[in-house]
Write a new protein. Structure first.
Length: 425
């Protein structure tokens, strides 16, 4: 990244969760020095014309797979964070399905050493809930707390009620968040796409919606019992939305996220290609519509990508044989802006809350587009249309269901701590 200096972002549209207005942003070193109608004339290292552009807090993704250590053929900290910066993200939370799994301080340090060496933005790693993500023995929450943004066994649900209860009790005692991938293994039956119209018409094995919402239902009861702060990863079903809405009404300490593909696609959009395969799967139109309603009414707190890169060969085996997971860091802003903001489904301010501000609040990360805050900032061109072309991605992963879509919302500049992490040429 380029060294810090005195930078003015001139005349952009400041978009925050509660307001938007035109102003200059003055950055000195790694901090936002001033947000003002017009910056005072004085020498600056850079004056960047942002007229007609959005200026936002750097986006935050609570759900990203950076694959290192253990799976560098799919992604590395270097390539994954470059992709994140390309998408306007200044902070990502890295999932723990790694080798070795970050289930001890020693294993966490193997990951954080790579992060410190190679990351171009902020990377906050998760620790696992259970040893080796095997779902049996809980980790030492007290020992891992200083290193972990939260705790998750993402990629698999914790099947044992007793194990999840123990984990939530330990997390509550330490003031930590449990972020759960919710999936009942006994309800999967070999499925790999949604158990809906497309699966029936094309002879595929389906994943029942109950496999997700049934475990959310269990975890809500455990969170209510233990007082644990509970965050639900990548919800995809209408039943999940209803359960979480009701739990919030009762005062359960619960938050949740969904992804751009669940908000903009349904199973009738599937094709016989690996780029449409992820877990949980893209579900029915009714599920999509319920997720949109959840975003609108505040039931859903966060939009996260579940960026999950694989090699080209692993994604070349069609729906039945390809690995689960698609990339999303470099398309997330544009998909949400084009498909939800432009049609008036959500406001620009709500979009930025979902993608930048709510993640900071929920996980206690601090920052934001405020005077005195760390200068984690993104600048977007929301006018120019482009076609999604995976060949332009900085991620090693190229598998996206959005390939070929015409979108608006290109990141022009990403500053992380006042340093340029990405700048469009």
């Amino acid at each position: 990244m380029e060294a810090n200096g005195r930078i003015v972002l001139k005349g952009g549209r400041i978009v925050r969760g509660t307001e938007s207005f035109v102003a200059d942003v003055v950055i000195c070193g790694d901090r936002i020095a001033e947000i003002t109608a017009e910056a005072a004339l004085q020498p600056y290292d850079k004056v960047i014309n942002c007229s007609g552009r959005w200026v936002t807090a750097g986006l935050v993704d609570l759900h990203v797979h950076l694959r290192e250590p253990g799976f560098a053929s799919k992604e590395t900290i270097a390539t994954g964070t470059a992709a994140a910066a390309h998408g306007g993200f200044t902070t990502v939370c890295s999932m723990p399905n790694l080798e070795p799994a970050p289930d001890s301080v020693e294993n966490m340090r193997r990951e954080t050493e790579i992060i410190e060496r190679d990351a171009v933005i902020n990377v906050l790693p998760y620790a696992t809930i259970t040893r080796r993500r095997a779902g049996r023995e809980t980790v030492d929450f007290a020992a891992l707390k200083p290193y972990a943004v939260a705790f998750t066994d993402d990629g698999s649900g914790v099947q044992s009620d007793d194990t999840m209860r123990q984990a939530m009790q330990a997390a509550a005692a330490q003031g930590c968040i449990i972020a759960a991938h919710c999936e009942v293994n006994d309800l999967l039956h070999g499925g790999y796409i949604h158990d809906g119209e497309y699966a029936a018409a094309h002879g595929h094995k389906g994943i029942r919606s109950e496999s997700e919402w049934r475990q959310i239902e269990r975890d809500i009861a455990l969170a209510e019992e233990t007082g644990c702060r509970y965050h639900v990863c990548h919800i995809s079903t209408k039943e999940s939305v209803a359960l979480i809405r009701e739990a919030k009404r009762r005062g359960v300490r619960i938050t949740c996220e969904t992804g751009p593909h669940y908000l903009t696609m349904c199973d009738n959009d599937l094709r016989e290609e690996g780029r449409f395969k992820m877990n949980p799967p893209i579900r029915s139109a009714a599920d999509r519509d319920a997720l949109i309603e959840g975003v609108q009414d505040g039931t859903i707190d966060v939009i996260a990508t579940d960026h999950a890169p694989h090699t080209a060969e692993e994604k070349s085996r069609g729906l039945a044989g390809s690995a689960m997971g698609v990339v999303g860091l470099e398309t997330s802003f544009a998909v949400i802006y084009t498909k939800l903001v432009l049609p008036g489904i959500i406001t620009p301010e709500r979009m930025i809350d979902l993608m930048a501000e709510a993640p900071r609040r929920i996980f206690g990360l601090g920052g934001g587009l405020e005077t005195g805050a760390k200068a984690d900032i993104a600048v977007f061109d929301t006018d120019t249309e482009f076609t999604v072309d995976p060949a332009t991605f900085l991620s090693k992963g190229r598998s996206t269901p959005f390939e070929g879509w015409r979108l608006r919302g290109t990141c022009l500049l990403t500053l992380c701590g006042g340093r340029i992490a990405y700048q469009a040429k």
